[in-house]
Design a protein around this ligand. Structure first.
Ligand code: RI2
Length: 302
């Protein structure tokens, strides 16, 4: 359990972050936990796997890739401990392989929609969105990227470093400059932490501002998301919880301690309604947000 607890802690503190990376780390943690589980019966095996799954899922509430990965990885049907263990190891490995492949496929499919000369705006740090951008660049397309800083944790700095390593010309802007620069943009490409059955996107706080500004300026808004980022629970009308993180990420606690009348809010995701989304690039192809329900039904086994 110690290694699983360490992974859980890294996800909670965001040492491991990004919806896709979180999903893979959780699948690995369940796999290794099952591999080393010393139990006397299948009932005990089942209880311990369920406990470990719930523990991992509780670390971050919004990215649906986390519960989806844990559920897909921890599935087994055998009543025999050794066979059940084998099933989990295989399912987890299969999930990890699928997740790795998905990024390449999204890059390939999405990059076909990028034109020579495009200016692309992106927000936060999404591997899926970056896969599209760097694939287009490696295909020889002459592109420029405008990347937001993404306060409070400034994941935009990871994005500009990644793009710089690929040699992609990139401009870093503060989040509040999004609308100011939208007139220069051709396409917005962002990642996803979750996609609801009605096609609404949940992604890093501020994403909906990019969507509104893109809509106002009639620019296209593209989401890059693996199929395991779609939320089965939303079919049942359950809302996606928006994670609130510590005020320490926004303001120095020593300064805040002096401000007795001030409270700090730090929601880390927001909702972008489906009507602002032109397309979602997934590992099974490009879909309109209206197809989200079909993805959940056909590709997540609901
Ligand atoms: P990939 C991140 O969340 C960002 O919101 C990003 O858009 C999303 O996960 C998807 O990232 P956080 O973990 O899976 O930084 O595409 O809160 O890498």
């Amino acid at each position: 359990m110690q290694k699983l607890q360490e992974t859980a802690e890294k996800i909670r503190t965001m040492e491991i972050r990004g919806a896709g990376r979180i999903a893979k780390a959780a699948a690995e943690a369940i796999r290794d936990y099952a591999a080393g589980l010393d139990v006397a019966s299948i009932e005990e095996f089942s209880t311990r796997i369920q406990e470990a799954s719930s523990f991992l899922i509780s670390t971050r509430p919004t990215a649906v890739s986390l519960p989806n990965a844990v559920k897909l990885a921890s599935k087994y049907s055998s009543g025999n401990v050794e066979e059940a263990r084998k099933e989990i190891i295989e399912n987890a490995n299969c999930f990890i392989e699928r997740a790795d492949k998905a990024l390449g496929i999204i890059g390939k499919i999405g990059s076909r929609r990028i034109q020579d000369g495009d200016v692309i705006m992106t927000h936060c740090n999404s591997n899926a969105a970056l896969s599209i951008i760097t694939t287009a660049f490696e295909d020889g397309k002459d592109i420029l990227v405008i990347a937001t800083e993404s306060r409070p944790r400034r994941q935009g700095l990871l994005t500009v470093r990644h793009l710089n390593n690929f040699g992609v010309p990139t401009t870093l802007i503060v989040d509040s400059a999004v609308r100011y620069y939208m007139k220069e943009v051709d396409k917005v490409i962002v990642g996803a932490d979750a996609i609801a059955s009605n096609g609404a996107l949940v992604n890093k706080i501020g994403t909906s501002q990019l969507a509104l500004a893109a809509n106002e300026a009639r620019k296209s808004f593209m989401v890059a998301a693996e199929t395991f980022k779609f939320s089965p629970n939303t079919i049942l009308g359950n809302p996606i919880e928006i994670e609130e993180r510590s005020s320490d990420e926004v303001i120095d606690p020593v300064i805040l301690a002096d401000l007795s009348q001030v409270q700090v809010k730090n929601p880390v995701f927001d909702f972008t309604p489906a009507k602002y989304i032109d397309m979602i690039v997934t590992d099974i192809g490009i879909i309109s947000p209206g197809m989200a329900y079909a993805i959940i039904k056909e590709h997540l086994g609901w």
